[in-house]
Design a protein around this ligand. Structure first.
Ligand code: 5GP
Length: 127
């Protein structure tokens, strides 16, 4: 069920629970700014999620509320995750869903990193 990208932050969301260690995740990288872990339902040979450690609902919320240091630290962690996964030579895609029209399901800002094969068109074709 898609969620709003501008709703108040819900401390009970699944990624907040992963950050608190209440739910396990297959971690790829963790630093002061971000946690990267494998998606539970991968849509490519490599499908990893990167989330900031603070309470941000979406990229819209994060970009308005997070400090410049936090924004920079997060995006450096995204790049470091792709590097750690060995995706730079072959290439990879970074995607974030924000709100209903994008189909965002988890109301904690996250980016998807996809890789490991040619990824096809950026969007499904309209019929
Ligand atoms: P969204 O649609 O919000 O951009 O993506 C949410 C992603 O979170 C989906 O790709 C989904 O498979 C993943 N996901 C949902 N619940 C869990 C979970 O408990 N653990 C992990 N690792 N991924 C999850």
């Amino acid at each position: 069920m898609p969620v709003s990208g501008v709703a108040p932050y819900d401390e009970g969301n699944i990624f907040a629970r992963i950050l608190r260690g209440e739910i396990p995740a297959r971690k790829v990288l963790e630093d002061d700014y971000a946690l990267a872990f494998h998606d539970i339902s991968p849509q490519a040979p490599v499908h990893v999620l990167v989330i900031p450690k603070g309470p941000y609902v979406s990229v819209a919320d994060f970009s308005v509320k997070a400090s410049a240091e936090t924004v920079a630290g997060f995006w450096r962690a995204v790049a470091a995750t792709a590097h750690k996964l060995g995706l730079e030579d072959g290439g990879f895609r970074v995607l974030t869903n924000c709100g209903h029209d994008a189909g965002q399901e988890v109301p904690h800002f996250h980016v998807h990193i996809f890789g490991g094969q040619p990824l096809g068109p950026m969007l499904a074709r309209r019929h």
